[in-house]
Design a protein around this ligand. Structure first.
Ligand code: BMX
Ligand code: ZN
Length: 291
């Protein structure tokens, strides 16, 4: 029997049927703007109507802080739910199936950890996408903390003179490096406005475009070195639409090697590619069995 995997982002939802550790079918649609969890759950299930009967459990990975009560935004600018949003309960009620839910980057961290060699015990996954999210594995276990907040590394405040973050702090990595931040810097420079994909192409010839991306990559490098200093990580896995964009990983690596050796850490691209969070949604069921 397969698992229905659901990955909830601020702008889009990806769903997949995951069987034998692989996505056998996948779909994507815009995140519905509804206030009621049951209405939201019903909309998701409508996109999976023809899969009903093929899955025996549901795994959710979602942007935001996940607690027993539901989903709450740390940065409300990127999510329009009333908090806490009891999505797991709503899906359980509608399907009568077991439902598990984790933060998106924590779920991806667990998936990516299972794909690494056995010598790796301490790692972090960082996604640079709409926001900047993270998940931390310590001694082979996902560390989510007493309140589920652990890994919200996008809210390391790294510049006291930096931009305001939607979380209420100033100079967060997310406010400098995320896809949303890149778009904001880009819109202030280019008229007519261009997409982030266009910005990455333009960066090859235009120093302003290049500087916006460099600023993001440098903030992520600072984050990686701070995490190395805090947790002595073996490796950092990078994902997300921006994190996996052409030249981005190399830019981060270049900034890391300019730091003192003690704080340098190896950064590799996510094996799950753009679907690391979706695979993580299904893999959270394997958490207990693996070690
Ligand atoms: C934000 C926060 C994190 C999330 C991260 C990446 C909210 C709604 N989300 O820091 O929980 O992991 O963004 O999210 O507060 P993504 O949507 O960019 O993948
Ligand atoms: Zn913040």
């Amino acid at each position: 029997m397969a698992t229905l995997a659901i990955d909830i982002g601020g702008t889009k939802i990806a769903i997949g049927l995951v069987e034998n550790d692989a996505i056998v079918e996948r779909r994507q649609f815009p995140t519905p703007i509804v206030q009621q969890a049951e209405h939201f759950a019903g909309t998701i299930l409508e996109h999976a109507t023809d899969w009903i009967g093929q899955f025996s459990r549901i795994g959710i990975s979602t942007t935001g802080l996940v607690t027993e009560q539901g989903i709450s935004a740390i940065n409300p600018d990127t999510l329009a739910f009333p908090a806490p949003f009891p999505l797991a309960q709503a899906l359980e009620k509608l399907t009568k199936l077991p439902v598990a839910m984790l933060n998106d980057a924590q779920a991806a961290a667990w998936y990516e950890y299972t794909q690494l060699d056995n010598n790796t015990k301490n790692m972090a996954f960082i996604t640079v996408s709409t926001g900047v999210g993270g998940g931390i594995i310590i001694n082979g276990q996902l560390h989510s903390g007493a309140t589920g907040l652990a890994g919200h590394v996008g809210h390391f405040s790294i510049d006291p003179n930096g931009p305001h973050c939607g979380c209420g702090q100033i100079g967060c990595v997310e406010a400098i490096a995320s896809g949303t931040a890149i778009k904001r810097f880009s819109d202030a420079q280019f008229t007519p406005n261009i997409s982030n994909i266009e910005l990455f192409s333009l960066a090859q010839s235009n120093p302003i475009a290049n500087e916006i991306i460099e600023q993001s990559a440098k903030a992520i490098a600072t984050l990686c070195c701070n995490l190395k200093a805090t947790l002595d990580l073996d490796i950092v896995v990078l994902g997300g639409g921006v994190g996996l964009a052409n030249t981005y990983l190399e830019r981060v690596q270049q900034h890391i090697v300019a730091r003192p050796k003690a704080f340098q850490v190896t950064v590799v691209p996510a094996k799950g590619d753009y679907d690391a969070c979706l695979l993580g949604a299904a893999f959270q069921f394997n958490k207990e069995e693996i070690w």
